[in-house]
Design a protein around this ligand. Structure first.
Ligand code: AP5
Ligand code: MG
Length: 180
């Protein structure tokens, strides 16, 4: 978990490789649907371009389908899902309350987030990495996703860590948390 630009994708791909489980990024899955111009991609595109959440039922159906595939049977690392309490409930309804072992929260201050995302926008051209859309993504995170932090904390399933510093340093903190 973490706001846009916190390093979820960067760290999740390293961690998934290290543990040998699939990295399931709903953002990546949606972007690939948009690129392939699928029905889901066509429905999701405008929400993503505005930095709003894609409707829960679309994303949840996509995630449930993906978690049912063979490679996810021995574990998986979700990146970007659940993103609001309704999605957390849907996941628990589909796979049980214990479906998620731990939520890892990467904490990074807003100035650093904006800098990272604007830099990525210049380098990679992700269409939602513009100043206006970044501002909306941050607001959507605060309003809709941040309440999940308390939810996982109250279930004793939250590990918060400092997401500032080099990519290997942050990865080291994640490994430390998992080892304890
Ligand atoms: P999504 O793709 O999940 O985007 P996001 O949450 O806005 O986050 P980012 O992917 O931008 O950031 P990140 O935390 O992964 O950071 P990253 O590692 O890339 O979602 C996109 C859209 O899809 C949403 O707006 C929504 O429309 C839709 N969507 C997705 N999931 C959904 C859901 N569940 N429900 C509804 N809609 C959904 O790093 C960012 C940059 O910083 C990179 O350039 C990286 O190289 C750099 N960086 C990383 N770590 C460091 C570091 N330690 N120091 C310096 N730079 C760093
Ligand atoms: Mg990401």
């Amino acid at each position: 978990m973490g706001p846009p630009g916190a390093g979820k994708g960067t760290q999740a791909s390293r961690l998934a490789r290290a543990i040998g489980i699939p990295h399931l990024s709903t953002g990546d899955m949606l972007r690939s649907n948009v690129a392939d111009d699928t029905e889901l991609g066509r429905q999701a595109k405008a929400f993503m371009e505005a930095g709003d959440l894609v409707p829960d039922e679309l994303v949840t159906a996509m995630v449930i389908d993906r978690l049912g595939q063979d490679d996810a049977r021995c574990g998986f690392l979700l990146d970007g899902y659940p993103r609001n309490p309704a999605q957390a409930d849907a996941l628990a309804d589909a796979f049980g309350e214990d479906v998620l072992e731990l939520a890892i929260l990467l904490e990074v201050d807003p100035d650093e987030l904006v800098t990272r995302l604007l830099t990525r926008g210049q380098q990679q051209g992700r269409t939602d990495d513009t100043e206006e859309v970044i501002r909306n993504r941050l607001a959507v995170y605060e309003e809709q996703t941040a309440p999940l932090v308390a939810y996982y904390e109250s279930h004793g399933r939250l590990a918060s860590l400092d997401g500032l510093g080099s990519i290997p340093d942050v990865f080291g903190r994640i490994i430390e948390v998992l080892a304890t």
